[in-house]
Design a binder for this molecule. Structure first.
Ligand code: 8YV
Length: 316
């Protein structure tokens, strides 16, 4: 047993991670119910110095306050917007995530949504299954996916891989980041609105968190227009979901491919009946290969913190 750290597990984790946390570190899992948590934290909160969690749960403001001796949050997932990083910085609590190992799979998911929403492959699959091919004849024409003007909102690690994949589709790539990205030749747009105005398809790959909430608002969505498309593989919070639903219902946007939502796993009811929308259950990184790599990096962070109080992949 490694007794150098006292580990609290927050939320469910991959079985291999849970097993290691329990068996190697004697980690304890936070109860699920609010009442159970309150009782547990009042009694044991002060005993933990590391929390291991995932992007789905994180260590939010109140939970972090209830862990007065916390020194590190080890997060399974590249996104850590569910953890109160401001409080962590104030209290000197280190936070790690799992960057890079999931770039390929999340980018692949973006491309899958991109091709699907433009070429309407999921809708066409439903058409065949319903018997409409026999009943109604040929499926209506779709939109060409190659050669489009694609705007990437958030040209970070994942955004760059998406861009590289789209070069293979002969697309013209533009992007918006708060600052110009070094070493890229893609066109820079000074705002999300300017990016949308010059794009047929906007792909959202920006990190979640307080600074990116509703960066894709009604104006940005409507700038894409009835012939435009939105793909989101980042976080639901980045897009004003109500404005998106309204634009789709009014025909102000051509379609959307969504892997993430504002209040997962809830998906706005109105989207379920729209054939020009592709809905995925937040599976961006969800392959056995990538999840195994994420698990390994999560455990490497925990092991290193136990050994020398540093992390392998700390967030900035
Ligand atoms: C994970 C993700 O499914 O890494 C991320 O930020 O959104 C996904 O890869 C999720 O974080 C696991 O909880």
């Amino acid at each position: 047993m490694n007794n150098n750290v006292a580990v609290l597990q927050v939320g469910p984790l991959m079985q291999t991670v849970q097993d290691t946390v329990a068996e190697v570190y004697g980690g304890v899992r936070l109860p699920d119910s609010a009442a159970g948590q309150a009782k547990f934290l009042a009694r044991h909160g002060h005993t933990f110095d590391v929390a291991v969690t995932s992007g789905r749960f994180g260590v939010k403001t109140e939970l972090m306050r209830a862990l007065p001796n916390l020194r590190a949050v080890v997060n399974f997932g590249v996104g850590y917007d569910t953890t109160d990083t401001r409080q962590a910085a104030e209290r000197g609590i280190a936070v790690s995530n799992t960057p890079d190992v999931l770039n390929d799979c999340v980018a692949d998911t973006a491309i899958a949504l991109y091709v699907d929403v433009l070429r309407r492959t999921s809708a066409a699959d439903r058409y065949v299954r319903r018997g409409d091919w026999v009943r109604k004849g040929n499926f209506p024409l779709a939109t060409k996916a190659s050669g489009k003007r694609v705007g990437i909102l958030g040209l970070g690690r994942i955004g760059k891989v998406i861009a590289r994949r789209l070069e293979g589709f002969d697309c013209t790539i533009s992007y918006h980041n708060r600052n110009k990205a070094a070493g890229v030749t893609y066109d820079y747009a000074s705002s999300p609105l300017e990016l949308a105005r010059k794009s047929d398809v906007l792909i959202v790959a920006a990190a979640g968190g307080p600074e990116s909430v509703h960066v894709v608002d009604r104006e940005v969505i409507e700038a894409l227009g009835p012939g435009g498309y939105l793909v989101n593989i980042a976080r639901g919070s980045v897009v004003d979901e109500q404005a998106l639903v309204a634009a789709l219902l009014a025909g102000h946007l051509g379609g959307a491919g969504l892997d993430v939502f504002a209040d997962e796993p809830k998906v706005p009811q109105d989207l379920l009946s729209l054939d020009n929308v592709v809905l995925l259950p937040h599976l961006g990184s969800g392959t056995s290969e990538t999840r195994a790599a994420m698990a390994e990096l999560t455990l490497a962070n925990l092991a290193q913190f136990a050994a020398d109080r540093t992390l392998v992949t700390p967030v900035p």
